[in-house]
Design a protein around this ligand. Structure first.
Ligand SMILES: O=P(O)(O)OC[C@H]1O[C@](O)(COP(=O)(O)O)[C@@H](O)[C@@H]1O
Length: 372
């Protein structure tokens, strides 16, 4: 079978050959952009010197993750996508996971190759792999990822995203067989996250990240190839006026959730304004809007994954002053027991989340196999 990486791009972008700091092209300064009055701190500068204070290993790892995400951004915008499914045989998926699309597989390969090249990762656990992939015995970090979330919308060019979380490798497990230590390292609770992020592929490509001291977003400047700090210390408004949910599921919802939505959309909640609905059906995009405008983004059924979706995104929301819960419990405090574990997910503004949770019964218990 041809390598997925050789199919996806007509002229594949080669990974950096040398240490990223020495191999980075210098930033162009002559290009006319409207940015002269803006701060132009790039993601890597920020991580390395400015706000991150995270140490060389993590800076290097970030450089490789950033590089992978730029490749994925190019891939999702490529004119060759429409013929990919004819050219690329897909592996079968297990019962635990949805059938992957060609871009899911390619994005997974891109991230895996960047993590390998970084030399800083012991294990990668991905939505696209049944089990975690052991990369290197002495890599200091563990990366969990959904390489391309929202890919069910990809043919229509609707926004998608990459989600990732970074943990330290648990040295006390080093003596265990590879399979076992790979899994246990990947099942760390979200409270142990060292860093997390998402990259939104939309009209702008946004890299939003946190190292545990605030949430910061960077926007890709296509003229230089740098992610530029555009949203330092992003704070989610304490209250929004938007709820985001697939409300075609209304008749499968529990009473509490129906009441909550009915109440806020009539403007009869604690905030006496009528709420609006927004639902892209792409978690990263729905969350990004929620971080900026406030409100709640939710999927009340057992659908989203704890390890590589709910945990990293909850970390970012908490660092932005919001809340992430399964409707009852703080997401970051839930101990994962399975790699592809699913759960209800509610992310959003503090006051909206408190109000929602006060309805008690908001988790959708029935989960019929929806086709779309
Ligand atoms: O079908 P629902 O319940 O609306 O779920 C949609 C959600 O599923 C997702 O597509 C995630 O599923 P995948 O990881 O299988 O793409 C999210 O991006 C989106 O928020």
């Amino acid at each position: 079978m041809p390598s997925p990486l050789s199919i996806g791009l007509s002229s594949p972008i080669l990974p950096p050959k040398h240490h990223p700091h020495s191999s980075r092209p210098s930033r162009q300064t002559t290009m006319a952009t409207p940015s002269s009055s803006w701060s132009s701190t790039s993601l890597i500068e920020y991580v390395g010197q400015g706000g991150g204070h995270v140490g060389d290993d993590l800076v290097l790892l970030f450089h490789h993750i950033e590089y992978a995400c730029k490749r994925i951004a190019a891939l999702v915008a490529s004119p060759y996508n429409s013929t990919l499914s004819k050219r690329m045989p897909l592996p079968s998926s297990s019962a635990d996971r949805d059938a992957p699309k060609p871009l899911d597989i390619l994005s997974n390969e891109i991230i895996l190759s960047s993590l390998r090249n970084s030399g800083k990762v012991a294990v990668m656990a991905s939505e696209e792999d049944d089990t975690p992939v052991w990369i290197s015995d002495d890599g200091p970090y563990v990366v969990v990822t959904d390489p391309l979330d929202g890919s069910r919308n990809i043919e229509a060019s609707i926004p998608t995203g990459t989600i990732f979380g970074i943990y330290k490798r648990l040295a006390e497990l080093d003596h265990l067989p590879k399979e076992e230590k790979a899994l246990l390292n990947s099942l760390q609770a979200g409270t142990r996250l060292v860093a997390a992020g998402y990259v939104l592929y939309s009209s702008a490509t946004i890299f939003c990240t946190s190292f545990g001291s605030g949430t910061h977003a960077f926007t890709l400047d296509h003229s230089t190839g740098d992610f530029i700090l555009t949203h330092p210390s992003l704070k989610i408004p304490p209250r929004g006026q938007i709820y985001s949910v697939n409300d075609a599921r209304y008749f499968d919802w529990p009473e509490g959730l129906r009441k909550y939505i009915d109440t806020v959309r009539q403007g009869k909640g604690r905030y006496p304004k009528k709420y609006s609905a927004r639902y892209i059906c792409s978690l990263v995009a729905d969350l990004h809007r929620t971080l900026l405008y406030g409100g709640v983004a939710m999927n009340p059924r057992d659908h989203l994954r704890l390890v590589y979706e709910a945990n990293p995104l909850s970390f970012l929301v908490e660092q932005a002053g919001g809340k992430g819960s399964d409707g009852k419990n703080r997401i970051l405090s839930i101990q994962p027991i399975k790699l592809h574990q699913r759960l209800p997910l509610f992310l959003g503004s503090l006051e909206d989340m408190d109000e929602l949770e006060s309805y008690g019964d908001v988790q959708q218990k029935v989960n019929p196999g929806y086709e779309v």
